[in-house]
Design a protein around this ligand. Structure first.
Ligand code: RB5
Length: 145
């Protein structure tokens, strides 16, 4: 699977760690930056990863900022994106099973490395359950119109 990833300055160190981790899981990574921890604006990087998802260049996205909240708010402005800000692996799995989330956003400042690794693994490896959730996700997407 191709995974697009980006961060802001507050998520940079965690993003670097996650790039390496995702590769160890056997996936291809599109690292959309930044390449250092200079101060940047998170919506610019949310837009890059969201664009990779909507264009089909990547199947899933990972965004890291201080809390993950700003990245989720920004990414969800892009039509076609269902970004979930999660702090536990269980919520990561549920964001896939129930919501068919295509981007996960995580905190570089308030969640530890092991938990973020587990979040990303669960997010990548869990499939959408479909069934009764199909119509609900369709209703979410209908709100874009
Ligand atoms: C940057 O200071 C911080 O606001 C940003 O990383 C993020 O947490 C926003 O939601």
């Amino acid at each position: 699977m191709v995974i697009s990833i980006a961060s802001d300055h507050a998520g940079f160190a965690e993003k670097q760690l996650l790039v390496g981790y995702i590769r160890t899981l056997g996936h291809d990574v599109l690292d959309r930056g930044p390449d250092n921890d200079d101060r940047v604006d998170y919506p610019d990087y949310a837009a890059l990863v969201a664009g990779d998802i909507t264009s089909g260049e990547a199947e899933r996205g990972v965004l890291v900022c201080g809390t993950g909240i700003g990245m989720a708010i920004a990414a969800n402005k892009v039509h076609g994106i269902r970004a979930a800000n999660v702090t536990t692996p269980e919520f990561a799995a549920l964001s896939r099973e129930h919501n068919d989330a295509n981007i996960v956003t995580v905190s570089g400042r308030f969640v530890d490395d092991d938990t973020n690794r587990a979040i990303v693994k669960a997010f990548i490896e869990t499939e959408f359950a479909g069934g009764r959730h199909e119509g609900r996700v369709a209703k979410i997407m209908a709100l874009e119109r």
